[in-house]
Design a protein around this ligand. Structure first.
Ligand SMILES: [Zn+2]
Length: 163
């Protein structure tokens, strides 16, 4: 089964074409986001000083520059406000239709995400979509002592809620 959004060339995974973040804690200061995502939790950082809750998560509050942050859960369902649907000329590794939507998660929070598991022409404005977490190829990282290890990775999109 093809992995959504990952360029696979004859079974090899070229890291120069890697579209996804290095998620391991050795490389990424918001690695907790991906650990939570792996448990189907959609989270971000909340500033303990001023209460600001940006998305994507940050290492420093963009409002008050405090680095005293905590992890909070975001809703995992929302409504499609607008969307685009590419049916031809999609980038290498993706399948048509390639759909991106502006999603309203409620409480004034909106984000743009890819929509998967949706056929061409099916999505409508106002549709309810839910978080979909999927595996992406692991990253090879070097641990202390030169030990090479595969680090599991996940990423997210949204998918239509079946009616
Ligand atoms: Zn703040």
């Amino acid at each position: 089964m093809p992995v959504p959004g990952v360029p696979i060339l004859e079974g090899l995974y070229p890291s120069t074409l890697d579209l996804y973040p290095f998620e391991a804690k050795e490389f990424n200061r918001i690695h907790q986001f991906y650990e939570n995502l792996g448990q189907k939790r959609f989270t971000t950082t909340k500033c303990k000083k001023c209460g600001h809750v940006p998305f994507p998560p940050r290492v420093v509050c963009p409002k008050c520059n405090s680095d005293d942050l905590e992890w909070v859960d975001l809703p995992t369902q929302g409504k499609v406000l607008q969307f685009t649907e590419e049916v031809a000329g999609v980038p290498l590794g993706f399948e048509a239709p390639l759909i991106h939507a502006l999603i309203d998660l409620g409480e004034g929070r909106k984000l743009v995400s890819r929509i998967i598991n949706c056929k061409e022409g099916q999505l409508k404005e106002g549709d309810t979509v839910k978080l979909a977490v999927f595996d992406i190829p692991p990253m090879i990282i070097e641990k202390k002592g030169g030990v090479m290890e595969e680090a599991k990775r996940v990423f997210f999109a949204f998918e239509p809620v079946k009616k």
